[in-house]
Design a protein around this ligand. Structure first.
Ligand SMILES: Cc1ccc2cc(C(N)=O)cc(O)c2n1
Length: 323
């Protein structure tokens, strides 16, 4: 059954590629019917030849039998929240604090990104394989939702390239707005639970004990920082470049993430994202600015639970349209 094994590998590559296309640029090159046909062919072969089944097969992303409860996960590196700046003045106070720590003529580079309004999760990869997913919880410990995160279609089960032995990635799980509307409309028609907003929909979908339910929820994951990493790993001093490294390993990183070299650059970024807020395919509630230099981040450290080297600059609350 060498030719069967060959066909199974071919199907796996095709399905992984179509998955990536579907999430990279929202334009799958094949219709869903074709995707489903290939998916069914692979699942049939895996049933007939179980010893040829690959633990990272795309068929593993559909969820399995429900759990009785969630196990607890201790975050070896605490998952931090962000200090908020609601006004220009508060943001300027943040930038002043940062600049005080610099030498005179040193300029500071900031890494900027939209603040996704979803559910924070931690993904742990060992030798490039996804071995654990966890909710943020209280920052010190969360719930083990490994089976659920495996069903998020743009979460890779296997990283590619020269990956560290241990790599923990933190990011946000969101439910895209179009998918959220369709999901809620569907739920209304079936008189099932309707979610108040995409954040609740994402958080609620991740906390399902039955991962087959999570698998049916349209969720996206975007990596935004590194947690645990094997100390032998060579990494650039730039946070932005570390995120690009995650992207090279196959993890989804938001394309809106950019660096700027001044406070003015931060203000321009804030205005640019605010202007495009309604055009984005997911809910955001501000932008996040981080000192890009890891060395300077370490020098600035943290205050209580939030880092001194990062700030979330929040948008005015959106007037909730009365539905
Ligand atoms: C350190 C940290 C904590 C929470 C975060 C949350 C978001 C977010 N909600 O998009 C983005 C980030 O870069 C974050 N960074």
């Amino acid at each position: 059954n060498q030719s069967v094994h060959q066909r199974m590998q071919e199907l796996e590559e095709l399905l992984n590629r179509y998955n990536k296309e579907y999430y990279e640029n929202d334009e799958p090159t094949v219709p869903d019917a074709e995707y489903d046909r290939l998916f069914r062919e692979l699942r049939t072969l895996e049933t007939e030849y179980p010893d040829l089944k690959n633990a990272q097969s795309p068929t593993m992303k559909v969820g399995g039998k429900p759990l009785g409860q969630f196990k607890n996960v201790q975050h070896e590196v605490p998952m931090l929240s962000l200090d908020n700046a609601f006004s220009v003045d508060e943001f300027e106070a943040f930038s002043k604090r940062v600049e005080q720590r610099l030498d005179t003529n040193q300029t500071v580079t900031f890494c900027c990104e939209p603040k996704l309004d979803g559910a924070a999760v931690s993904l742990l990869y060992e030798n490039g394989l996804l071995v654990r997913g966890a909710t943020r919880g209280d920052g010190q410990s969360g719930e083990d939702i490994t089976e659920n995160v495996k069903t998020i279609r743009n979460v890779p089960l296997k990283l590619s390239g020269n990956v560290p032995e241990r790599l923990e990635v933190r990011g946000e799980v969101v439910m895209p707005l179009g998918a959220f509307e369709r999901f809620n409309e569907n739920a209304r028609q079936r008189e099932e639970k309707v979610f108040a907003n995409p954040r609740n929909a994402a958080a609620g979908s991740l906390r399902q004990l039955d991962s087959r339910i999570t698998a049916k929820r349209p969720l996206h994951f975007y990596a935004y920082s590194l947690g645990l990493i094997s100390e032998t790993t060579e990494l650039p001093d730039s946070h932005y470049q570390r995120l690009q490294q995650l992207k090279d390993w196959g993890l989804p990183v938001n394309i809106e993430i950019k660096t700027v070299d001044s406070i003015k650059g931060c203000d321009d970024y804030y205005e640019a994202i605010l202007d495009r807020r309604d055009a984005l395919n997911y809910d955001i509630d501000g932008v996040v600015f981080k000192v890009d230099s890891i060395r300077l981040q370490q020098d600035l450290g943290f205050v209580a639970r939030a880092p001194r080297w990062a700030i979330a600059r929040k948008f005015p609350a959106q007037e909730q349209l009365t539905t």
